[in-house]
Design a protein around this ligand. Sequence first.
Ligand code: ADP
Length: 351
Amino acid sequence: MPRKTILSSDNLPDDDVRRTEDDIPVRLNIPENAEDDDSALRPKLIADMVGQREVYERILISIDAAKKRREPLGHILFDGPPGLGKTTFATCIPHELGTSCQIASGATLKAPKDLIPYLTNAEERSVLFIDEIHRMQKAVEEFLYPAMEDFRIDLVIGEGSGARTLNMQLRPFTIIGATTRAGLLSAPLRDRFTMREHLDFYPVSDLQEIVLRNAAKLRVALAPDAAAEIAGRSRGTPRIANNRLRWVRDYAVSRAGGNITLEVARRAMEMQEIDVLGMDRQDRKYLQVIATVFHGGPVGVEAVAHTMNVAPDTLIDEVEPFLLRSELIIRSPRGRKLTLKAIEFLSEYRK
Ligand code: ADP
C-alpha cells in the first residue's frame, strides 16, 4: 500500500483543504508546526528554496508549460548526495501544480504488485515520487516502463499456458525519481525521464541564507556571523546545516542564555567535534584509516568500510562525495587515495 500520501488525504479537517485554479481540492498533511521534524524546515514552494538557481528556473518553466497545456509534467529524475533538496523539490512540485502526491521508496518496491496500488491510485496530472529509485528491483523497473511511456500497465492473469496479458490504462501522471546513485540506474529507466537534474553542494552564502531563515522559523536569535560559521561547517549540505543549527540552538539555550553569537556557535560545534572544514568524527576517521592503516591509499572502499565497521554504502553516499568535492581524496581505478591537502589537514588537526 502507498506509504504516505502528503496531499489529498481524506481525513483532515476542512481547514487543510485548499483549492487550485482548476478547483482541484488539495489537502495537506505535512505537519506545519512540528518544530523538530525535518518537514518543519522544508520549504513548501519552489520560490522558498534557496540556491540551485538553474534547476529552479528549468523546473518552473516546465511546470508553467504543463499547467498551460493542461498536461502532466514530464517525468523528472533528481540525483545528488543526500540532504541537497531532492525530496524538497519533489514535494514542492505537486504544490506548484496544485495536484496530489504519493511517496514511495524504491527499497520497498520488491515486486510489481507493490507498485500497482500507487499507479492505479495516481490521479490525473498527480505526482508519484519514488525516493531511492535505484533500489527498485529489476522486475518492478520493467513493469514501470509502459506506465511511464504510455500510462499503461500490463497485468499477467493466470499461470502457465492459460496465462494472458491484460492491458490497463492509467490516468496520465508524473513520476519524480530521486537517487544518490544515478550510475546504478539502467539506461532504459534513465532515458524515460524527460528531465534529469543533478543537485550539487551549496556555496556557504546559500547555506548562510538557509540557516538565517530557519533560525527565524525556530525563533532563535542568531547573529549573521554565527550563521556564516554554521554554514561554513555544514559540508555544503542544507540538511547538515539544519542539524548543526538545531544543536547550536540547544547549546545556546543550555549554556549561553539562548543567544547564538559567533563564539557560542564555535564552542557548540567544537563540542560536537565538527572541524573548520565541517567534517565530523566519521569523516576524519575515514581519512585517518586511509592514512594510517592503508598508508594513504590507494585502497578499495570496502576495505576502508570493513576497518571502520560501517556499511560501504554509508561511505559511498554520505562521506565520500564531500571529501572528493573538497579535494581531500581522489578516486582512481585502484581505489581511494588521500591528497596532500588531507595529509596536511590531519597532521595539523589536534583533538
Ligand atoms: P534529499 O532528498 O536530497 O536527501 P531533502 O530535500 O530531504 O534532501 O533536504 C533536507 C532538508 O534540507 C530539507 O528538509 C530542507 O529543510 C533543507 N533544504 C534542502 N534543500 C533546500 C533549499 N534549496 N532551500 C532551503 N532548504 C533546503
